[in-house]
Write a protein that binds this ligand. Structure first.
Ligand SMILES: *Cc1c(COP(=O)(O)O)cnc(C)c1O
Length: 427
């Protein structure tokens, strides 16, 4: 019995996949209601990232320098069969997991961070800025910056800066400057701190600070999910998985994963889905899972909304529970975002991608069961995809079939153990 499917380093995909030309209808464009937001983007985004955002090229060459760093940080990642979990679910599903937890930073986020930082460097700047909540994105940008010799300024939501120090230490190990946001580095941050020196911050505020700092001091801002270019860069994982599924001899009936802003799920699903959209045949099912504490997919509305709380970026047409929505402090920091990537939202509105939301409590119980029988501790975010497996197994049993499932194992939870301990009540 083969449990693990590895690609040789030479087999790493050399092109990213862009779903824009294969969408069933054109993507509703971003809206610049203030008349200023496009100008801001032109100034702070790496020029090639901005160009790729609207590109209709189906495939885009991965620059040599980025391929080399992909190899350095642990790509290609393995595809692993969860044989004992299959047993547990009555052998009605074959479960293949794409292990993005096996990169150096422990999640899929390094896949695009390397590309954004590379293009920033090509524009001749010497630093990048970004925001981070729990620190997954910040640590990926920090490593990417270190590997390309740029400085990274990370604006970390003040509450997380103090409550979740381990990913901050990781960023500092990589040489990044990490500031609690609101910070005294920006006009906006100073204003908020004057009003309330104990301000706990938010992702929206951190985005505003990162954009302001880059614009003022001549750096580039790197954006971590939601947008087309970011998803395209991350398809490296889905393209690898496509080759690996061919090695298994099975084609997935289901492709599943969790959605924060949407790039994790989309990056795995799009290379499979794009092929079906081109051929005009639909044979697989695509299910995205989120947090029922932040139910943008199951309770949100498909409408134009701001991607950031400060409303400085152009509005996007997406499923959203409102840019003013204040998420409860659930531990799956990566799932707390209020909106869903526009491409994924379009596909959801057409019924091509299905959505589920699960509570933290239920997801963490699955994480514990999974850890006991498969041995690899999932990230709090990743845990939210696990309950879908039961639904699929139940359906297979009813229909008396065996399904093949491809799951995005988006990250490991080894830096999140305190979160599990709290919710699961460890003494
Ligand atoms: C950030 C994160 C997610 C959510 O990613 P999106 O690309 O924003 O949907 C999922 N899993 C892990 C482990 C993450 O760090």
């Amino acid at each position: 019995m083969v449990l693990r499917y590895d690609l040789h380093q030479d087999e790493i995909p050399k092109e990213w996949y862009n779903i824009l030309p294969d969408l069933p209808e054109p993507l509703p464009p971003p809206l610049d209601e203030t008349g200023k937001s496009f100008e801001v983007l032109k100034k702070v985004l790496p020029s090639e990232v901005l160009r790729l955002e609207f590109s209709n090229d189906r495939y885009v060459k991965v620059p040599e320098e980025v391929v080399e760093r992909y190899l350095q940080v642990g790509r290609p990642t393995p595809l692993i069969r969860a044989r004992r979990l299959e047993d547990k679910l009555g052998n009605r599903v074959r479960i293949f997991m794409k292990m993005e937890s096996h990169t150096y930073t422990g999640s899929h986020k390094i896949n695009s961070a390397l590309a954004h930082v590379y293009y920033a460097k090509k524009d001749g700047v010497n630093f990048v800025t970004t925001e981070t909540g729990a620190g997954q994105w910040g640590s990926s940008v920090s490593l990417a910056s270190a590997l390309f010799g740029l400085k990274a300024y990370v604006f970390m939501v003040r509450a997380s800066y103090f409550a979740k120090p381990y990913r901050r230490y990781m960023m500092q190990m990589y040489g990044a400057e990490v500031h609690p946001s609101p910070s005294d580095l920006t006009e906006f941050g100073r204003k908020l701190l004057r009003e309330n020196p104990q301000h706990s911050g938010s992702l929206g505020i951190a985005i505003s600070e990162a954009v302001e700092y880059a614009a003022e001091k001549g750096g580039k801002y790197v954006v971590g999910s939601v947008v087309n270019s970011d998803i395209m860069f991350k398809t490296i994982a889905g393209l690898e998985a496509k080759k690996q599924m061919e090695m298994t001899g099975y084609d997935p009936d289901f492709v599943i994963g969790v959605v924060g802003g949407g790039s994790n799920f989309a990056a795995l699903a799009y290379p499979f889905l794009g092929e079906e959209l081109r051929k005009g045949e639909r044979k697989r099912r695509y299910i995205a899972a989120g947090s029922s504490e932040v139910p943008k997919m199951t309770k949100g509305e498909y409408k134009y909304d701001y991607p950031d709380t400060a409303k400085i970026l152009p509005k996007l047409k997406m499923y959203s529970i409102g840019s003013d929505f204040v998420p409860p402090p659930v531990y799956a920091g990566g799932l707390r975002y209020h909106g869903v990537a526009p491409t994924l939202s379009l596909l959801m509105s057409k019924g091509i991608v299905e959505a589920r939301d699960y509570s933290q409590e239920e997801s963490f119980r699955w994480a514990k069961m999974f850890s006991e029988i498969e041995g690899w501790i999932p990230a709090p975010e990743t845990s939210h995809a696990l309950p879908i497996l039961k639904e699929i197994a139940d359906e297979a049993r009813q229909k008396n079939v065996t399904y093949t499932v491809l799951l995005s194992f988006s990250g490991h939870g080894l830096l999140d153990l305190a979160n599990f301990a709290d919710v699961l009540g460890f003494k």
